[in-house]
Design a protein around this ligand. Structure first.
Ligand code: S3P
Length: 430
């Protein structure tokens, strides 16, 4: 175990959201893009496979993050796929590809694994249908498998009831592929990687923030996308597990070269309120995205309240926040997080049942949870429900000295972080 003295330096795989987008958008560009550190988890591999099935020359990302070149085909020259497009566990693949397919004149069928087939697609189908896209539900209403046939689209001004980067991105991509103007208003700004990357490729995208905190993003269709050269920064959501470990195990850790886009780093603001010593260092902007190192130092933590407006900026970090809260003094309340019930698993239910199995006092809310933390050893067995983020969050809790926690399915971490357990073992010295 590292002592409280010198901080250990670690790196995490490339950002998942940026990796999906870098592959998709460079496939739509005109010219050759060069991408480095593209994540090689199962979700991003699903995106690469789907793009290849549509005729794009997209290599499979490799574990070493080496450079890959993507020959773009242009926004409307994808080819009809020979087979069903398999999105596996990846909601981002399915929803963003629906946007890209909206402007193509052929019919495609998308499907996914049992988890993805249970997740809502109506949130994307409704706005795209309003633009003129035709869908056929092949099993259950508003679920995969789905057939989509696009073509001549009309523009759209859409107000989304939820802050969802996948919904927003699908509509922006439909505008791009359908060559029409679109706008999306969302109640709170969700991650804005699509806007930043498309802007860096020459697409006119603008954002207006309204007095009530809601945000409108507009895209004007305008010719070809320029290819990019992009070094994908480390995934903040992956870094969050090691920051959590540092805080709980009382050691110093610096995660280097991580994406620090403020629409992703809400966890840092919440941890600071809990008394955590977490700092961003060497922050700079690379290809339109803030990037830097994050340091976590041993800290004593107290509970806090997380409000609905904060949720989009820490959506994927609620599992690791909940396990951190289990060891903080007092109560931590998370509200306005109902979206967590429709992620890779029902994350609220999964967190509540697993924390209870370890003897932690926890209350389930319809849109969140209340965790009553205690500084005592935690022992027991947890279930991942096939969800990578549940597995990794409890992996972190189990790696804390004196805790003894077994996880039913460790392999599921490979969806976003194939080297997670090896890197965690290297930190604990196990
Ligand atoms: C993602 C958006 C988020 C997030 C998911 C990745 C993206 O979902 O939970 O892991 O890359 O656009 P929302 O659509 O709920 O924002």
């Amino acid at each position: 175990m590292t002592g409280a003295g010198r901080a250990r330096r670690v790196r995490v795989p490339g950002d998942k959201s940026l990796s999906h987008r870098a592959l998709m958008f460079s496939a739509l560009a005109e010219g050759t893009s060069e991408l480095r550190n593209v994540q090689a988890g199962e979700d991003v591999r699903a995106t690469a496979r789907v793009l290849r099935a549509l005729g794009c020359a997209v290599p499979q990302p490799t574990d070493d993050g080496g450079a890959i070149r993507v020959e773009g085909r242009g926004v409307r020259s994808l080819v009809a796929p020979p087979d069903v497009l398999e999105c596996a566990n990846s909601g981002t693949t399915a929803r963003l590809m629906l946007g890209i397919l909206a402007g193509q004149t052929f019919r495609s069928v998308l499907t996914g694994d049992a988890s993805l087939q249970s997740r809502p697609m109506g949130r994307v189908m409704r706005p795209l249908a309003a633009m003129g896209v035709r869908f056929q539900e092949l099993a259950r209403p508003e679920r995969l498998p789905l057939a989509i046939e696009g073509g001549a689209l009309s523009g759209l001004e859409y107000t989304s009831p939820i802050a969802s980067a996948q919904v927003k991105s699908a509509i922006l991509l439909a505008g791009l592929s359908g060559e029409v103007d679109v706008s999306v208003r969302e109640p709170v700004l969700s991650r804005d990687h699509t806007e930043r990357m498309l802007a860096s490729m020459g697409v006119p995208v603008s954002t207006d923030t309204h007095a009530d905190g809601s945000v409108t993003v507009r895209l004007r269709h305008a010719g070809a996308l320029r290819p990019i050269s992009f070094d994908v920064p480390g995934d903040f959501s992956a870094a969050a597990y090691f920051l959590g470990f540092a805080l709980l195990a009382g050691c110093g850790i610096i995660v280097e070269h991580v994406g620090l886009n403020p629409t992703r780093t809400g966890l840092l603001r919440v941890l600071e309120r809990m008394g955590a010593r977490v700092t961003q260092e060497n922050v700079r902007v690379e290809a339109g995205e803030p990037v830097g190192d994050v340091r976590a130092e041993p800290s004593s933590l107290e509970g806090t309240s997380v409000s609905a407006a904060e949720i989009p900026s820490l959506l994927d970090e609620v599992p690791v926040l909940a396990v951190i809260a289990a060891r903080a003094a007092g109560e931590t309340t998370v509200r306005g997080a109902g979206e967590l019930r429709v992620k890779e698993s029902d994350r609220i239910a999964a967190l509540v049942s697993n924390l209870r199995a370890l003897g932690v006092a926890v209350e389930e809310l319809t849109d969140g949870l209340v965790v009553r933390g205690a500084d005592r050893p935690l022992r027991g067995h947890v279930q991942t429900y096939g969800d990578h983020r549940i597995a990794m969050a409890f992996g972190v809790l189990g790696a804390v000295p004196d805790n003894d926690i077994t996880v039913d399915d460790t392999n599921v971490a490979a969806v976003s972080f194939p080297s997670f357990w090896r890197q965690l073992d290297a930190l604990t010295g196990r």
